[in-house]
Design a protein around this ligand. Structure first.
Ligand SMILES: CC(C)(COP(=O)(O)OP(=O)(O)OC[C@H]1O[C@@H](n2cnc3c(N)ncnc32)[C@H](O)[C@@H]1OP(=O)(O)O)[C@@H](O)C(=O)NCCC(=O)NCCS
Length: 185
């Protein structure tokens, strides 16, 4: 079955800590404007996100705005070609607060990744849960995620979102813990 997401996605979610309203939307070129590029760049330079995701690949250099431009272009290509599926969570005023992506179009085994601004803690679990539901409706059967062994905070997001620990893969991997989400559950 071909994967099929609605073109117009704007799913309301709540910040679990504050009760504030946010929206999960599709990421893409429409967001490739100065304010959003600064928001993405700022979040990706926050110590927690930068340390987990970008310090190694960028060799310790700051996350540049060009990378935010590339991220949104990559998101647009994914939606245009149905190769990967990138979502953003915005505040009610439209400010970007978190991202969550499905990195391939293999319905049986697709990896999920995510980051969230430290200023909006409380939205990641509800974002991941929403993207899992959208993925199930689109035709995915299984999603997986890997967290660095020390990244308890990220593992907790997955466990709260009904991912299950994949002990077999975790035992074979020195660096990562593995989690799996079966969309039919
Ligand atoms: C991992 C990361 C996304 C987690 O963000 P977060 O803000 O802690 O995640 P959440 O919004 O889900 O949870 C925040 C708090 O709200 C609570 N919460 C949120 N949603 C909840 C829900 N639906 N039910 C119950 N509790 C909830 C959690 O218990 C958590 O409480 P705590 O801070 O006391 O532990 C963030 O730290 C980050 O971006 N890290 C760097 C990038 C990264 O590690 N990405 C993942 C790579 S594998």
């Amino acid at each position: 079955m071909a994967l099929s997401f609605p073109t117009d996605i704007k799913v309301p979610i709540q910040n679990w800590k504050t009760g504030a309203r946010y929206y999960v939307i599709r990421a893409g070129d429409a967001l490739n404007i100065g304010a959003h590029l600064s928001e993405i760049t700022n979040i990706c330079n926050q110590p927690r996100v930068y340390g987990r995701l970008f310090d190694g690949p960028l060799g310790g250099k700051p996350y540049p705005i060009e990378k935010a431009i590339g991220f949104l272009q990559w998101a647009e290509e994914g939606w245009n070609n149905a190769t990967h599926f990138v979502f953003l969570t915005t505040t009610a005023a439209g400010e970007i607060a978190a991202a969550c992506d499905i990195k391939s179009n293999d319905p049986e085994w697709a990896e999920m990744g995510y980051w969230a601004s430290e200023h909006h803690s409380g939205i990641m679990t509800n974002t991941v849960g929403t993207v899992c539901r959208l993925a199930a409706q689109a035709g995915f059967n299984t999603l997986f995620a890997r967290t660095e062994k020390s990244n308890r905070r990220s593992a907790n997001v997955l466990l709260r979102s009904r991912f299950q620990a994949d002990t077999e893969k975790t035992l074979r991997d020195e660096k990562h813990d593995w989690f799996v989400y079966r969309c039919a559950w």
